[in-house]
Ligand binder design. Structure first.
Ligand code: ATP
Ligand code: MG
Length: 334
């Protein structure tokens, strides 16, 4: 049967800890939907994690598996999506080296995301690896000749950098790569439990996908609400309330009623939070159910990673052969 080949997607995460509800609404949910429509490659970018966490490489072994479990729990289907580990595809490192010859240091230094992240991490003298991670990302995207890259807005400069590299490579040597396009997530950042910044694992304001029912309940009970509301019958201001933000995301059926009751001073914050922790826990239950099998038998997770990585490597080997041919450095198989 002749079926049109699906376009390919590359996306992924740095394994730096557990994934949270912000990751789910901002990217995971979209990936679950896209996997049926596209040939999806999901990279667990352990080398990129080392660009900031190089002092604790021993954490990766746990974190790589943690991210994989979170993926499987939310419904990433290993039959549809190739989940693989970056450092176990050494051809990506090889491509990174070749690309690093055609990217200038000034291009990297001007990258606005590199600028803001290096400021955030307090790097006044950044490592070569950190400065160069957009080059390594270009290799992640192109080793499998991805057409589309679903990303948050902060990643756009990196996709632009990848496109530059691809154009230069194709033009200078031979056309090997498609020019990848970004698929930007339009979901606004989910706010953290502190109500101050986006939900983020380093800010200690996150609800994790593997939090227990009890943990979710406790976290919601401490979430920041409308500070102007002191008594139950004070009229509330849902537009400034973190709990209301979460109702909008995870309790869509009841959000209108909650808004009216809050504005009318007819529902107190305690009752409102109770409804929310119920809704979030119901939302997380299917993830919890899917996770059980992997907790009971962690070798299933390893098998999925091993077989995904094997597939990624086969493709990477083919790409590197083309790259060497294009560069005329395939000395002994001409
Ligand atoms: P860290 O604290 O290590 O920076 P984090 O929890 O902020 O971790 P990142 O690894 O920076 O998460 O995020 C990776 C991607 O996940 C982002 O580019 C974005 O697409 C998505 N994401 C993370 N946090 C949120 C959020 N609060 N709302 C929506 N999307 C998010
Ligand atoms: Mg972050």
């Amino acid at each position: 049967m002749c079926s049109k080949k699906k376009k390919r997607i590359l996306t992924g995460d740095r394994p730096t800890g557990r994934l949270h509800l912000g990751h789910y609404v901002g990217s995971l949910q979209n990936r679950v939907n896209l996997q049926y429509k596209y040939d999806t490659f999901l990279i667990i970018a352990d080398v990129q994690a080392l660009t900031t966490n190089f002092e604790q490489p021993e954490k990766l072994s746990e974190d790589v598996r943690q991210v994989a479990k979170d993926y499987l729990a939310v419904g990433i289907d290993p039959e549809e999506t190739t989940i693989f580990v970056q450092s176990l595809v050494p051809e990506i490192a090889e491509l990174t080296i070749f690309y690093s010859m055609i990217v200038t240091v000034n291009q990297l230094k001007r990258n606005p995301t590199i600028k803001s992240e290096s400021a955030q991490y307090g790097y006044d003298d950044m490592t070569y690896g950190f400065l160069g991670y957009p080059v390594s990302q270009a290799a992640d995207i192109t080793f499998c000749k991805a057409h589309l890259v679903p990303v948050g807005e902060d990643q756009l400069p990196h996709i632009e950098q990848t496109r530059k590299i691809v154009r230069k490579f194709n033009q200078m040597y031979a056309t090997v790569f498609p020019e990848p396009e970004a698929l930007v997530s339009d979901f606004p950042r989910l706010v953290g439990l502190d109500g101050q910044s986006k939900m983020s694992k380093s800010l200690n304001n996150a609800i994790y996908l593997n939090d227990s029912r009890k943990e979710v309940k406790e976290k919601i009970s401490q979430a920041v609400t409308d500070p102007a509301r002191i008594r139950i019958d004070d009229p509330g201001h849902p537009e400034v309330c973190t709990v209301f933000e979460y109702h909008k995301a995870f309790n869509k059926e009841n959000v209108k009623e909650i808004e009216e009751n809050c504005r009318g001073g007819k529902i107190g914050c305690v009752a409102c939070k109770k409804q929310l922790d119920g809704a979030i826990n119901d939302f997380l239950d299917p993830f919890r159910e899917r996770r059980v099998k992997y907790i009971n038998d962690p070798s299933l997770v390893d098998d999925i990673l091993i077989s995904g990585t094997r597939k990624a490597r086969e493709i990477a080997g083919e790409t590197i052969a083309e790259v060497r041919e294009a560069m005329k450095i395939n000395y002994f198989n001409e």
